[in-house]
Design a protein around this ligand. Structure first.
Ligand SMILES: Cc1cc2nc3c(=O)[nH]c(=O)nc-3n(C[C@H](O)[C@H](O)[C@H](O)COP(=O)(O)OP(=O)(O)OC[C@H]3O[C@@H](n4cnc5c(N)ncnc54)[C@H](O)[C@@H]3O)c2cc1C
Length: 406
């Protein structure tokens, strides 16, 4: 989410933590003591529990955040948010990273993509009907990519045909994160195949319980299944669930896609700092072999410096976003390329320091863990998600360097 979203004023009761929002230093102290105590409780509630705890832990964390009004910190008060300033959002992200709080990945679409889209393009009825549920833990997914439409998203072929008061949808989506848990989906479809591809797209809210929706999870290299294919066969979506006008979904989708930048990436950069610091502290505690290898220590220092540079770049991006500076367009691309390739290099480095033992991957309690195999395997996703790094380089070449399109 880029800074704050706009909305009409309303003042819900503020928690002890939010009461401190006017003073950044006090706010930091209040957030720190709340998050530290709550994360400790997290360890007690979930450690030792068998099976897949991901969903339960995410919902628990959302509920805990809501108790102090931090479920939707960046939303306008009109929609039940805390309406925090960018400065306070940064403090919150820093403290979450510092304490190793759960990453709210299950809610990425609900908390960011949905409000960024509905607040700008939704009808009042859509906003009142759907936004309050998000803070209560309703999960949404994003049904944009298709087997033949990822980088070239506008080529999507899932068809929507108007039939009275509804549309009938047929097609297939892929890589839809956490769609197996989702109650709703923001869906892009083709309503007019006979015009320029961007011009014939329509945007919908789809109830995942609709007849004809089939979700098939995809098993990943790290053993988890965070994505799914979504097959749509004669699914009926009422006209009132259309977001924006028919055939104008491409414009609406730009608001959704812009939600992937900003504070979300910032928090992940902050977490990387603590992962590296803990990795180094662990090496010292255990007198790791690599500390006696000058090539390896030099490489670590170089990566650490790159990580710090990346944190500065992220801060620059937030400042530019807040000022609506045109340069933010470029900075967000640098951030995407630099931060995702850095994560890959760090994962690769950590794995090498562990020797053969590092090859044995174990599922760990924390999502963001210092387990090298987890970091290494997971690092590839970042270079693809939200527009692959190759596409980002193309955009830089064409839009920033003004190079000719080949
Ligand atoms: C972690 C993660 C979460 C995701 N979550 C979702 C989600 O919730 N919902 C959703 O709809 N989608 C989601 N996606 C899908 C994501 O948007 C697509 O993977 C991405 O847009 C790339 O599309 P693709 O996989 O079809 O690859 P393709 O577009 O087929 O690209 C394949 C390769 O070719 C390269 N390539 C393609 N075109 C060019 C070109 N013109 N120039 C140079 N190189 C090119 C690409 O960089 C890539 O390396 C997710 C992906 C990831 C990794």
């Amino acid at each position: 989410m880029l800074g704050k979203m706009k909305g009409a004023a309303m003042s819900p009761a503020r928690s002890d933590v939010l009461e401190k929002a006017a003073d950044p230093a006090l706010f930091r102290t209040a957030v720190r003591s709340w998050v530290e105590a709550t994360v400790k409780a997290d360890r007690t509630v979930f450690s030792g529990r068998a099976g897949d705890i991901f969903y339960d832990r995410q919902q628990w964390w959302m509920a805990e955040r809501n108790k102090v009004g931090l479920g939707t910190p960046h939303w306008p008060e009109a929609y039940g948010g805390a309406d925090l300033s960018l400065k306070n959002q940064i403090i919150l992200a820093e403290e979450m990273a510092r304490a190793g709080a759960p990453v709210m990945s299950l809610f990425t679409v609900s908390l960011n993509h949905v409000p960024a889209t509905l607040i700008r393009w939704g009808t009042e009825e859509q906003k009142t009907r759907y936004l309050p549920g998000v803070a209560k833990g309703v999960v949404w997914c994003q049904g944009f990519s298709e087997p033949g439409a990822g980088s070239d998203l506008a080529s999507l072929r899932t068809r929507a045909v108007r039939d009275g008061d509804s549309y009938i949808i047929n097609g297939q989506k892929i890589w839809s994160s956490y769609s197996m848990f989702a109650e709703y989906c923001i869906l892009l479809t083709r309503t007019d195949p006979n015009v320029k591809k961007q011009a014939g797209i329509t945007y919908f809210i789809m109830d995942m319980k609709s007849k004809g929706v089939e979700v098939r999870p995809l098993r990943q290299a790290n053993g988890g299944a965070g994505f799914a294919e979504v097959f749509l066969t004669d699914v009926r979506i009422p006209v009132e669930n259309r977001v924006g006008k028919e055939n104008e979904g491409w414009t609406v989708a730009q608001s959704t896609l812009s939600a992937e930048r900003g504070i979300l990436v910032f928090e992940s950069g902050e977490r990387l700092r603590y992962v590296m610091e803990e990795f180094y502290a662990d090496a010292l505690r255990n007198a790791a072999d690599w500390l006696r290898d000058s090539e390896m220590t030099r490489e670590f220092v170089r990566l650490f410096a790159e990580m710090q540079g990346c944190r500065q770049l992220l801060r620059r991006l937030l400042r530019e976003n807040e000022a609506n500076a045109p340069s933010a367009f470029e900075t967000v691309i640098y951030v995407k390329i630099i931060s995702t390739t850095l994560r890959k290099k760090i994962g690769d480095f950590m794995l090498r320091t562990k020797g053969l033992g590092g090859q044995f991957h174990t599922q760990s309690f924390d999502e963001m863990t210092s387990d090298p195999m987890n970091i290494y395997i997971g690092s590839f996703a970042g270079t693809i998600a939200g527009g692959s790094n190759e596409i980002m380089r193309n955009v830089l070449a064409e839009k920033v360097l003004k190079m000719p399109r080949s």
